[in-house]
Design a protein around this ligand. Structure first.
Ligand code: HAM
Length: 416
């Protein structure tokens, strides 16, 4: 057995693992650029102070933190929005808003390891900064759905569940629960499905709420439709109006079927201020595929001018498991040409052919040493689309065959 393996929860990617990863990343990139998001990137190490917000959020307790040799308190980022907010604030006077940015960022969280949860994952982030209208939410949800389509995930395999924290706030207020208690109630109710009802009510009781209010707040999670919520919140509720508008826009994008209202979507991060959403597989077997929402206070919280923001994070782990479960083939265009040769005497010819094909823009893997035909074709079949094998006869005739490894068809090429 090997002496070392990756630290618990961290992954290695062997070349064969990159096929699935690239299938996911390619769809993320294509969907981003198809919707006009601009790519950005940032350092993985952040100052701990930027990442630490109010205690109570699970993510804050999961940060990999350390001190550098000069005593700076640093950390591996667990998510992107604080970094994004820092970058936007640094150029807030110069950027043209609304900004639409995307990134694929490796994030680290010291999580309890379960299915779909690792201590490191890649997360595609889409964010729109300084757009107050619900068009921003619609554009982001549509783009995430487009990525799922580009991965060949069927439309009926998942649902995006959407709610609005402002709506939940209105409903809590209608029960007579004061605004100051709402953030703690959000964090408690977000645990629904993960903790039993008594535990969640205990969390709320700890905030000095009376037992009747806790129970009534929990019962709000039984609301099943936006219309039922509208009956309590009132038909003139701005939160209801924004949700109605969002569903209308998603219909215009042609993705209405995949979007549903779900009052129990709250999200575990404290910074969300409005619409929140999470996508799950329809069978309910996996953790969330992606999640996000509106976070209008984060820029000002880190010293910037107030600006609205909407974003989402979509990890590679859960979707990778779903792709495998659905037996979706990780397609990647393979145009690689393998070139091999029998003896040292053919090395020059093989090298020149490789160089010529590469200059034409083709991808070529050139063997670094002579090999027998059998060994070469076994190497080539495992990774290339076409192969050329040069032996002494080919060297003498100045001609060889390029073989299509799928169709077995051969085409004569000149070597000189
Ligand atoms: P999040 O819900 O914590 O949101 O993570 C977003 C997605 O990242 C999850 O749905 C899941 O796919 C993936 N993910 C998170 N943690 C792990 C883990 N330990 N292992 C594997 N996958 C994981 C956020 O992070 C927000 N910052 C998203 C956002 C961006 N909101 C606005 N902009």
């Amino acid at each position: 057995m090997a002496k070392f393996s990756p630290p618990r929860g961290m992954r290695d990617f062997y070349p064969e693992d990159m096929k699935l990863r690239n299938h996911i990343f390619d769809a993320w990139r294509l969907a981003s650029t198809a919707s006009g998001f601009e790519q950005y990137d940032a350092c993985v190490v952040e100052s701990l102070e930027l990442l630490q917000r109010k205690a109570g959020e699970e993510i804050v307790n999961q940060i990999y933190a350390f001190e550098d040799k000069s005593g700076r308190q640093l950390a591996l980022r667990p998510e992107m929005p604080p970094t994004l907010a820092r970058m936007i604030v640094a150029r807030q006077g110069a950027l043209q808003f609304p900004v639409k940015w995307f990134t694929i960022a490796q994030c680290f969280r010291y999580e309890r390891m379960t299915r779909g949860r690792k201590r490191e994952h890649y997360q595609w982030n889409l964010d729109i900064i300084d757009e107050n209208s619900v068009s921003a939410e619609a554009e982001i949800i549509y783009t995430a759905i487009n990525a799922l389509r580009l991965m060949n995930i069927p439309d009926n395999a998942y649902r995006v569940r959407i709610s609005n924290r402002t709506l939940l706030s209105e409903l809590l207020s209608s029960l007579g629960i004061a605004q100051e208690f709402h953030p703690a109630i959000f964090m408690a109710l977000d645990k629904k499905g993960k903790l039993p009802r008594e535990e969640i009510e205990k969390l709320m009781l700890a905030e000095n709420l009376d037992a009747e209010a806790c129970s009534a707040a929990f019962d709000l999670m039984d609301i099943t439709s936006l219309e039922d919520a509208a009956e309590i919140a009132g038909d003139d509720s701005p939160a209801v109006a924004s949700l109605r508008k969002l569903f209308e826009l998603l219909n215009d994008y042609g993705v209405a079927e995949q979007a549903v209202f779900d009052i129990s979507v709250i999200r575990g991060l404290a910074y969300y201020t409005g619409i929140v959403f999470e996508a799950f597989d329809t069978k309910g077997e996996f953790r969330a595929i992606f999640g996000g929402g509106r976070y209008d206070g984060l820029l000002s919280a880190i010293g910037g001018k107030p600006a609205s923001a909407v974003g989402m994070g979509f990890g590679d782990v859960v979707i990778g498991e779903i792709i495998e479960e659905l037996k979706i083939e990780a397609t990647s265009q393979n145009n690689l040409i393998a070139i091999g040769y029998m003896t040292d005497d053919e090395r020059t010819m093989a090298t020149r052919l490789a160089s010529k094909l590469r200059a034409e823009g083709k991808s070529v893997t050139l063997q670094t040493r002579p090999s027998r035909a059998k060994a070469f074709f076994s190497f080539a079949s495992a990774r290339a689309a076409k192969a050329v094998y040069i032996g002494p006869d080919d060297r003498n005739s100045g001609k060889a065959f390029i073989k299509d490894l799928n169709t077995r068809e051969e085409e004569m090429i000149t070597l000189t």
